[in-house]
Design a protein around this ligand. Structure first.
Ligand SMILES: Nc1ncnc2c1ncn2[C@@H]1O[C@H](COP(=O)(O)OP(=O)(O)OP(=O)(O)O)[C@@H](O)[C@H]1O
Length: 590
């Protein structure tokens, strides 16, 4: 991190170091000038040669004013420089985090065990690194001041510095202990803290606002929020209270020790060993020295606390990444023109969070150029299968092939270019309509014509063109001058995204679930057109969509139970037939 700061802005770093030095020394210089001033005032007031002494006094006053101003200016400049450098630190950590979140396996995001790690790291990451930086700068500044201040106090008596150190150490020990307990308390209670955050989100964010009102869930959620929060806050408060009580006890002892030293200085002044200027200097040095020492040790405990919390960030940054089966340069590109298609060979899969098999011994082929409909009751693993083909998860057993190549032997980028997908929970990007479609493949030119073609194929062109800013309209409800689409229109936009990507394979997970019958009929024609030259896997509960497929693969209880064309399967009067019968009675398959 320090190397990054230095290499990004050596000039600012040097300025910062110079300011640390100046800000460390100037207050002491000012203190010394005050002593000289007091002595000089005494001389002017009592001495015979008034004019000379008065000129010296004036000179000292001017120097003190300049030092005072320099001290104030260096404080303002210091804030500016530190702020500038803290931007760099926050950029540095943002880069580390974003690099990790975009590259770790997708599975981490769906695994409850890792939600705590994510929460702890990302919650603290926004401010801890900058705070550590501020802490180190302050610590260095304090250290310089303290060394010189210690020297001044040594002039009074060697024991004063030691007394100050001894009386401030117990408070520091108490704070360090508290930092450690707070850290382990927060780690142990991450789940509770996440729950509090969750209920807060339920109460405050847009996505829940509709149901919150229609089901009148507000007071229930508020009650739960407070129950968890109060309990958690009380435990935290108890820890804080015990720390404060201990601190108060040692502060009383510290005050007694400090005032004994004041007494010692006064005693030596009475004995005529110190001038009034000396007394002022020592009194101020003692008072400031004590304050600086407290600040210094406070910063040490603050830094200790911040560094403990930084462990959370490192825990996240060190989450192990998947070992690729082959290095990227050993992988082969996706076939320029697929010949055999996609083949699943005895695929078995369970999610990392548990051992329950979702798919077992699943074998079937999607021939090149063929459209296959994957059907099955809810929860039979259809979406999971899409995630496996997209490479979000790896099968625990068996393999998936593209032609003769195991799918994980294909170069990742060529895989992304050649397999486009619409997930069941596709994203609603709050960006322009144009970009929403272009996101289907950002490696392709953002050509207005191709975007419009894709929108036309998905039947969303007219809707977009009606907006005042056409394709440049920002969609959603998050930003000014946006236009919101209906769920069906969003779905068509998502389809346009996948049409924009001129991929060989399209995977559509319930692509027509939100469409009205008219749009669906129109869209099915488009899908037919689109899938004519492509290899397609469509998941759907809609009979109209299923019927369109060249072949149907029926999933049930972990594996494939039937495959064939719609007519064949209906004539077999097997699983699919029963499913169509019962589902159409229930209205699930339409
Ligand atoms: N991230 C996950 N972690 C653990 N289990 C999961 C996860 N995602 C899904 N499952 C489980 O896997 C099973 C299959 O889910 P999947 O979403 O693949 O079903 P589906 O056939 O697509 O269902 P639907 O028709 O409702 O869309 C379900 O029992 C579900 O509980």
């Amino acid at each position: 991190m320090l190397r990054y700061i230095w290499s990004s802005s050596p000039g600012w770093t040097i300025l910062n170091a110079a300011l640390i030095l100046i800000r460390g020394v100037l207050p002491l210089f000012l203190l010394y000038l005050v002593k000289l001033l007091v002595d000089e005032i005494q001389t002017v007031a009592t001495g015979p040669n008034g004019e000379d002494a008065f000129n010296r006094l004036l000179g000292l006053l001017i120097i003190a004013a300049v030092v005072f101003l320099a001290n104030a200016l260096s404080a303002s400049l210091g804030t500016l420089v530190r702020e500038r450098q803290s931007f760099l630190i926050s950029d540095y950590f943002d880069n580390l985090i974003h690099n990790k979140t975009t590259n770790i396996e997708y599975g981490y995001f769906e695994h409850p065990k890792y939600q705590n790690v994510f929460f702890r790291a990302l919650n603290e990451a926004s401010f801890r690194p900058s705070r550590i930086f501020y802490g180190i700068v302050g610590l260095l500044q304090n250290l310089i001041t303290l060394i010189v201040m210690g020297g001044i106090l040594l002039m009074v008596h060697w024991s004063i510095s030691i007394v100050l150190l001894v009386v401030t150490l117990p408070v520091t020990a108490i704070r360090l202990r508290y930092a450690r307990s707070l850290f382990s308390f927060k780690r142990k209670n991450t789940n509770r803290e996440r729950k509090v955050n969750y209920y807060n989100r339920l109460l405050t964010s847009r996505e829940f606002a509709k149901e919150l009102r229609t089901f009148e869930l507000g007071s229930l959620f508020r009650q739960r929020y407070h129950e968890i929060k109060d309990d958690w806050r009380q435990s935290q408060f108890r820890m804080l209270r015990s720390k404060t009580l201990r601190e108060v006890a040692v502060q009383v002892l510290a005050a007694i020790a400090v005032f004994s030293v004041y007494g010692l200085i006064a005693f030596r002044a009475f004995q005529g060993q110190l001038s009034i200027g000396d007394v002022v200097l020592y009194f101020m040095a003692l008072q400031r020295g004590y304050a600086y020492l407290q600040e210094f040790l406070g910063r040490i405990s603050g830094l200790y606390e911040d560094s403990l919390f930084l462990n959370n960030l490192f825990e996240f940054l060190h989450l192990p990444e998947a070992q690729p089966t082959l290095e990227e340069n050993e992988k082969v590109p996706f076939p320029a023109r697929m010949k055999q298609g996609i083949r699943l060979d005895n695929v078995g899969f369970h999610y990392p969070s548990n051992d329950r098999w979702i798919l077992r011994n699943v074998s079937f082929q999607i021939n090149a150029g063929e459209t296959v409909a994957l059907v099955g009751a809810n929860g039979t693993g259809k979406t999971t299968l899409v995630k496996l083909i997209c490479g979000l998860y790896k099968p625990n057993e068996g393999k998936i092939y593209v032609d003769k190549h195991p799918i994980d032997h294909l170069k990742w980028k060529s895989r992304v270019d050649n397999i486009s997908v619409i997930y069941q929970d596709f994203m609603l990007y709050n960006v322009t309509a144009k970009e929403n479609i272009w996101f289907g493949n950002v490696r392709q030119q953002l050509s207005e014509k191709n975007i419009k073609d894709a929108a036309n194929q998905a039947g969303i062109n007219e809707v977009i063109e009606e907006f005042e800013n056409g394709y440049n309209t920002t969609l959603g409800t998050l930003f000014d001058d946006s236009e919101q689409l209906s769920p069906g229109q969003w779905q068509r936009l998502a389809l346009a995204r996948s049409f924009f990507n001129q991929s060989q394979v399209v995977l559509l997970d319930e692509p027509t679930s939100s469409l009205d019958a008219f749009s669906e009929a129109k869209l099915l024609n488009y899908i037919k057109g689109i899938t004519e030259n492509r290899t397609a896997l469509i998941i759907s509960h809609r009979l109209s969509t299923i019927k369109m497929a060249d072949r149907i693969v029926v999933l049930d209880g972990e594996n494939v139970v039937e495959t064939g064309h719609y007519r064949e399967l209906m004539n077999m009067k097997g699983h699919f037939y029963k499913m169509v019968q019962s589902f159409s009675e229930l209205g699930i398959i339409r």
